[in-house]
Write a protein that binds this ligand. Structure first.
Ligand code: MG
Ligand code: MG
Length: 627
C-alpha cells in the first residue's frame, strides 16, 4: 500500500511541493493539472523531476464534464480525453480521475454514463492507461458513490474503476458501510479528507475547508475501515483543499498530513483486523497520566525574579543538578525545573524567547512506546548530549521549538530527581497539589497542527472549540485532554497581536506555554497562605463581582471571600470552579490557581474576558509595549 498526497493540498511552486512531500515520507503524489500547467517545464521533465524526488505519480487529475454529453459535445469530450492521455503518458502515470459531470448539457442515465466510460476505457486500454470515476457531492446527475459504482459496474471494463473520496461520501451523510459491498479490485484509488462540521454549500465547503483526517468532524476512520474491508490495496491519498494550508508552510502541512494518515491507518488496522497489510507498526495511542514537570529556561535577574515568584507561591527548591545550573522546585506533585544553562536547548530557548517554558514532562504508561509511535508518525525525536550520570529520557520536538519529555514508572526514569538532583521530599507549601492544565498559545493557523500532534500521539479527546473574547480581538480555544482528564491542555489560537495571546506570541517569538494552572483543594486557604508569602494576585475590578452577584446565587460570606482575595468564580451543571491569577511576568506569562468542585468540567471560560482585561490594564500601566 502506498501513501500519497495531492499537490493541490500544499503551498508553493511544484518543486517546493515535491520537496516537502518527499521530506515528509510519502510514496507518491496526485498531480493536479493546475500545478503542472503553472510549472515551466515539459511534461516529461516534470515526470522525471517527480521521480528524482523518489515519488510516483499515483494519479492525474481532474478530468471534468466527460460523461452523458450529447453530440457534438460528446465527440469533443473524447478528443479532450485523448489529449489528457498524451499528457499522462509523457508524465508517466497510468490513472486519471474523471469526476462526475457538472456540465449544464450533461444528460442523466446510468447506462448512458456507463456506455461513455466503457468507450473511453477502450481508448485508455489501447494506451495501457486506466480511468477512475468519482462521484462529486455536487455532480449534476451523479453525486453518490453508490451511483458511480453502478455506472462502473455496468461499464464492465478492466480499465474502468471507481474512485472513492471520503469528503464526497461523508459530506452527503452517505453511510460509508455501503462501500463494503464493492469489490476491492474495482476501486482504483482512494482520496481522504476531513472537514469541520459546518452547514454550508457543499462545493464551497469542499474547496475551502477540507482538512487532514482527524482534524475535522467527519467519520473518516469509518470510511477507511469500509474501504479496507473491500480488500482495496491501492494508494491512500490526501486531497485537501484548504485556504489556510495554501498559505502555510509546505513542510508543516505535508508533515501534518503524513502524521494524520499514519495515525488513521493505525486506527483502521486495529479496528478492522486483517484488512491492512503491515504498512505501519506502532504502539497504540498512549494514555497520559498528567504533567510530570515543567521546565523554565531563565537566566540572570529573570531567573531570580522567577524563583522569588515561585517562593511567593509556596514552592521550595528541593534539589540542584549535580553538574548543571538546573534546580528543581516543588510543591505537592508540581515539579518546576529552573534551567539556567547557557547552552543546549534551554540556553537557546532563553536567547530566542527570554524566560519561557522550554520543556514539558508528560507522565505516561510507557515512555519508550510514545517515542516509537511518535517516530512512526513522522514526529522528530529530541536528543542532546548526555552529561555524566544523566538518564536518557525519551523526548520529541513539539511545535514552535518546544520539547516534550516522557516519564514513566520504569525504574530508571522514576529516579531521575533522586539520581541527578539529590532531591528531597517536597512539603505542603501553599497547598498546590498538581498541575491542572497547561495553556499553550499559537497563531490561529497553527492550531490544527497542535491539535493533531496531541490527538495522534496520545489517547486524548478534543472538546468543542470555543471563542474567547479579548477586548482587542478574538482568540479561539481548543481543549485536548486525556480520557481520564489527567492531562488537560488548552490551545489558544490568536489572530492578531493586539490580543493578550497574540502579544505574548509576538513578544516571545513564538513561545508556546502562556499559563500553567495549579490545583488546590482549598482555594481560600491557599489564597490566604499566598498573601502571607507576599504573592501579588491579579486584582479584579468591583464590576466583575457586581456582575457575578447578578449571575449566580452565592452565599454572602463566600462572596465576600471571593472579592477580598480576587478569586474568580464559575459554575456549570456539574459543580463550581474557583480561579486565582498571578500578575503577568516575563513577556505575558502567568500562573493560575484553581479549585474544581464536584465534577466541574470547564476552564472558567466565561471569566476569560474579564481576566484578560485585568491583565491588560496591569501591563498597560507598566508600559509593556504592544498591549
Ligand atoms: Mg476527490
Ligand atoms: Mg486556564
Amino acid at each position: 500500500m502506498k501513501t500519497s498526497i495531492a499537490t493541490v493540498s500544499i503551498s508553493g511552486n511544484l518543486r517546493d511541493k515535491l520537496e516537502a512531500i518527499a521530506a515528509a515520507g510519502y510514496d507518491g503524489i496526485e498531480i493536479f493539472e493546475q500545478d503542472f500547467i503553472a510549472h515551466d517545464g515539459a511534461p516529461r521533465d516534470v515526470g522525471n523531476m517527480v521521480r528524482d524526488f523518489g515519488l510516483d505519480i499515483t494519479l492525474f487529475q481532474p478530468f471534468r464534464d466527460f460523461e452523458g454529453l450529447p453530440d457534438p459535445l460528446r465527440a469533443k469530450a473524447f478528443d479532450r480525453a485523448e489529449r489528457k492521455f498524451d499528457l499522462m503518458q509523457d508524465l508517466g502515470t497510468d490513472l486519471v480521475l474523471i469526476c462526475s459531470s457538472c456540465h449544464p448539457q450533461a444528460l442523466g442515465g446510468i447506462d448512458r454514463a456507463a456506455d461513455d466510460l466503457r468507450a473511453l476505457g477502450d481508448r485508455a486500454k489501447a494506451r495501457g492507461l486506466r480511468i477512475g470515476y468519482e462521484a462529486l457531492a455536487w455532480g449534476r446527475h451523479v453525486n453518490d458513490h453508490r451511483d458511480a459504482w453502478e455506472i462502473v459496474r455496468r461499464a464492465d471494463h478492466d480499465n474502468v474503476g471507481l474512485i472513492l473520496d471520503s469528503f464526497h461520501t461523508l459530506a452527503r451523510k452517505i453511510d460509508p458501510d455501503t462501500i463494503r459491498r464493492i469489490p476491492g479490485d474495482k476501486v482504483f484509488f482512494v482520496q481522504l479528507a476531513d472537514a469541520p462540521a459546518i452547514e454550508m454549500d457543499l462545493l464551497y465547503w469542499s474547496r475551502h475547508f477540507r482538512n487532514m483526517p482527524g482534524e475535522g468532524d467527519l467519520k473518516v476512520t469509518d470510511f477507511m475501515r469500509a474501504v479496507m474491508a473491500t480488500g482495496y490495496a491501492g494508494p491512500i491519498s490526501l486531497e485537501i483543499f484548504n485556504d489556510q494550508f495554501r498559505g502555510s508552510s509546505a513542510r508543516t502541512v505535508a508533515k501534518d498530513g503524513y502524521c494524520s494518515l499514519m495515525a488513521l491507518i493505525d486506527d483502521v488496522r486495529r479496528q478492522e483486523p486483517n484488512s491492512v497489510e503491515n504498512l505501519v507498526q506502532m504502539p497504540p495511542r498512549i494514555a497520559t497520566k498528567g504533567v510530570s514537570f515543567i521546565e523554565f529556561a531563565a537566566q540572570k535577574e529573570d531567573a531570580i525574579a522567577l524563583k522569588s515568584l515561585l517562593t511567593s507561591m509556596g514552592f521550595a527548591k528541593v534539589g540542584a543538578h549535580h553538574f548543571k545550573a538546573v534546580e528543581l522546585w516543588q510543591q505537592g506533585q508540581v515539579r518546576i525545573v529552573v534551567n539556567q544553562e547557557t547552552t543546549g536547548h534551554a540556553g537557546t530557548s532563553w536567547t530566542v524567547r527570554g524566560t519561557s517554558i522550554c520543556d514539558i514532562g508528560i507522565s505516561v504508561e510507557d515512555a519508550k512506546a510514545v517515542l516509537t509511535r511518535a517516530t512512526a508518525l513522522g514526529i522528530e525525536p529530541f536528543e542532546q548530549p548526555l552529561g555524566p550520570q544523566e538518564l536518557s529520557i525519551p523526548a520529541v520536538r513539539g511545535l514552535s521549538g518546544s520539547v516534550l519529555h516522557f516519564m514513566d514508572n520504569s525504574l530508571e526514569l522514576d529516579r531521575v530527581w533522586e539520581l541527578e538532583f539529590d532531591a528531597k521530599t517536597a512539603d505542603h507549601g501553599a497547598g498546590l497539589t498538581q498541575i491542572d492544565h497547561i495553556a499553550q498559545t499559537m497563531s490561529y493557523e497553527d492550531m490544527l497542527s497542535w491539535t493533531l500532534f496531541y490527538a495522534s500521539l496520545f489517547d486524548m479527546k478534543k472538546l468543542p472549540m470555543v471563542d474567547v473574547f479579548d477586548p482587542d480581538g478574538l482568540v479561539r480555544s481548543q481543549v485536548v485532554q486525556s480520557q481520564s482528564g489527567a492531562l488537560k491542555i488548552t490551545l489558544n489560537g490568536a489572530d492578531t497581536h493586539r490580543t493578550l495571546a497574540g502579544s505574548f506570541l509576538a513578544e516571545t517569538f513564538g513561545a508556546s506555554v502562556q499559563h500553567v494552572a495549579f490545583a488546590t483543594n482549598d482555594i481560600f486557604a491557599t489564597a490566604q497562605d499566598l498573601a502571607d508569602r507576599g504573592f501579588g494576585a491579579l486584582p479584579m475590578p468591583a464590576n466583575y463581582y457586581d456582575d457575578l452577584a447578578a449571575r449566580f446565587d452565592i452565599d454572602p460570606d463566600m462572596f465576600a471571600g471571593l472579592k477580598a482575595a480576587n478569586i474568580l468564580y464559575d459554575r456549570d451543571d456539574h459543580g463550581a470552579f474557583f480561579q486565582l491569577y498571578s500578575k503577568p511576568f516575563a513577556n505575558g506569562m502567568f500562573f493560575e490557581i484553581i479549585q474544581r468542585c464536584d465534577d466541574y468540567q470547564g476552564f472558567g471560560g466565561p471569566n476569560a474576558p474579564f481576566r484578560i482585561a485585568a491583565q491588560k490594564r496591569l501591563l498597560r500601566t507598566k508600559g509593556v509595549p504592544n498591549l
